[in-house]
Write a protein that binds this ligand. Structure first.
Ligand SMILES: [Zn+2]
Length: 60
């Protein structure tokens, strides 16, 4: 397992060896979610949750 420094708060983000590009990981400190863009080097993209929330509201 590797850890990546969170670009938002400086906390730890765990990257497991079975993670692949496109997987979602999260920061232990601020609990933001990130999508893995690539593993070598590790690149992360912040996942915004606002759209997901609206999606759930529409679903139910
Ligand atoms: Zn963070």
């Amino acid at each position: 397992m590797k850890t990546k420094k969170c670009p938002m708060c400086g906390g730890r983000i765990k990257i497991y060896y079975d993670h692949e590009a496109g997987d979602e990981v999260y920061c232990e400190e601020c609990e933001r979610e990130f999508q893995l863009i690539s593993l070598t080097p590790i690149r992360l993209d912040l996942v915004e949750r606002y759209e997901d929330h609206n999606y759930r509201v529409n679903e139910y």
